[in-house]
Design a protein around this ligand. Structure first.
Ligand code: NDP
Length: 458
């Protein structure tokens, strides 16, 4: 009998998953987001744990859910009025089985150990899916860049890096951007790292400016990659972006380039948002306006309606999911689609959901989508394009050579196609056809677990 279908093995795998999950919850009390991420992944690994008992015997889940290292540190800096401010910095070095730790830095007041650990845990499997040699990490601070002057951002970034530099390096741990960390912040942090290290180690950061070691198409990669992935998913069912009504939440790095690519693919993006509210433009959101307002002028999305008076601005970003659409691309933050929002999307006829942000749908929302037969592209597969191009940036830095935009973009598209193929095949192989949550988790897990076994109990 195929051991996969042995009921005893399945029951044993379920029990193992539950026991380790309880240990994680007890060991990390009150870390709601971290528990949620672990639960989502663990539950979907039951079929492979049933098939490969070695993973249980060698304590893979116990080890993979405990970070190799969690660093927290004080970040003191002086604001423009001369007042001393203190923030908290984090870096989780979660798993290095496949390569140096890799994952972004988030600057947002909500940042705490739970958020950083959920992001770092997800990153392990996402990075594995890209097929590149990168481990999983994440970091950040509860610093709020919003409304700060360039001088304040620089002083904060320099103080942050003065501590973090001890723990990162091109072959050790390679940070990048995330919420609140874009080219400006990375420039300041890279500058401080260079100054302290006394050498030009371009590969220590990704998402750098093009003029000093950055990769073309890195800025666009997460948003484009999400649309490439969703396009693969749609095509498998004979659907496409062409003529579809699309809602994109957020108006940051991921959202901006998801809007651009979805529009290029023939979709009509009718809404986008920031944390204060959303804009609805029945003629289609103008990518150029959003890009300039957010990237250059650093203004709020409400300004959009001043330039496009036919558009409507609505206070409260969560209401964006009440807009009827064919394709929803949540590109803002975690848990922005709860069960209620998911039900509303389904009632309004949504056909596909692609997660550009990390964990934007709650577990209950994912169940709603699956039960309604909505095509669902989970974050760790759909938004892996950013880190994939980060790995390409590392390769270019090592080679001291730069690819052209279309060369990176072509590689990105190929990577997203492969992630889709690997995920859908794993879903099929383990008896969950079309379930990309199960498929991507198993496909990402398998490579990491096998490398961990090869390295011994460490
Ligand atoms: P940005 O800081 O560029 O943009 C974030 C956007 O989301 C802004 O519009 C912001 O609005 C909104 N937002 C942030 N927090 C909240 C909140 N609590 N409630 C409502 N809206 C919120 O970040 P990115 O675009 O880089 O990241 C967006 C998501 O994508 C995150 O989940 C991130 O982890 C994920 N991601 C990013 C990658 C990248 O390459 N950048 C790679 C893979 C995943 P406001 O300006 O008002 O704060």
């Amino acid at each position: 009998m195929n051991p996969m279908y042995d009921e005893q093995n399945v029951a044993g795998a379920r029990k193992y998953v539950q026991e380790v999950y309880e240990t994680v919850v007890n060991r990390n009390p009150h870390e709601r987001e971290f528990h949620q991420a672990v639960k989502e992944i663990f539950d979907s690994l039951v079929p492979i744990l049933a098939k490969v008992p070695e993973y249980r015997q060698l304590g893979i889940l116990e080890r993979i859910s405990e970070p190799e290292r969690l660093i927290t540190f004080r970040v003191p800096w002086v604001d423009d009025s001369g007042k001393v401010q203190v923030n908290r910095g984090f870096r989780v070095q979660f798993n290095s089985a496949l390569g140096p730790y890799k994952g972004g830095l988030r600057f947002h007041p909500s940042v705490n150990a739970s958020i950083i650990k959920f992001l770092g845990f997800e990153q392990i499997f996402k990075n594995s899916l890209t097929g590149q040699s990168i481990g999983g990490g994440k970091g950040g601070s509860d610093f709020d860049p919003k409304g700060k002057s360039d001088g304040e951002i620089m002083r904060f970034a320099q103080s942050f890096m003065t501590e973090l530099y001890k723990y990162v390096g091109p072959d050790l741990d390679v940070p990048a951007g995330d919420i609140g960390v874009g080219a400006r912040e990375i420039g300041f942090m890279f500058g401080q790292y260079k100054r302290i290290r006394g050498g030009y180690e371009a590969g220590v950061f990704t998402g750098k400016g093009i003029g000093y070691g950055g990769s073309l198409a890195r800025k666009e990669a997460t948003g484009y990659g999400t649309v490439y992935f969703v396009d693969e998913m749609l095509q498998s069912k004979g659907l496409s972006f062409d003529g579809a009504k699309v809602v994109v939440s957020g108006s940051g790095n991921v959202a901006i380039y998801a809007i651009q690519k979805a529009t290029q693919f023939g979709g009509k993006v009718v809404a986008c948002s920031d944390s204060d509210g959303f804009v609805y433009d029945e003629h289609g959101i103008r990518f150029e306006t959003v890009q300039r307002l957010k990237e250059v002028e650093r203004k709020r999305i409400s300004e959009y309606v001043k330039e496009h008076p036919h558009a409507i601005y609505v206070e409260g970003c969560e209401k964006i999911w009440s807009i009827p659409c064919d394709i929803a691309l949540p590109c803002a933050t975690q848990n922005e689609i709860d069960e209620k929002a998911a039900k509303l999307l389904v009632a309004n006829g949504v056909k596909a959901v692609g997660e550009g942000a990390n964990m934007p749908s709650t577990l209950e929302a994912i169940d709603v989508f699956h039960n309604a037969g909505v095509l669902f592209a989970p974050a760790k597969a759909a938004n892996a394009g950013g880190v994939a191009v980060s790995a390409l940036e590392m390769s270019q830095n090592s080679m001291r050579f730069s690819w052209r935009f279309h060369e990176v973009d072509d590689k990105l598209r190929e990577i997203m196609k492969n992630i889709y193929k690997d995920s859908i095949q794993a879903a099929e192989e383990f008896g969950y056809p079309n379930n990309l949550v199960v498929g991507s988790n198993i496909a990402g897990f398998r490579k990491v677990a096998d490398a961990m076994i090869a390295h011994g109990i460490i």
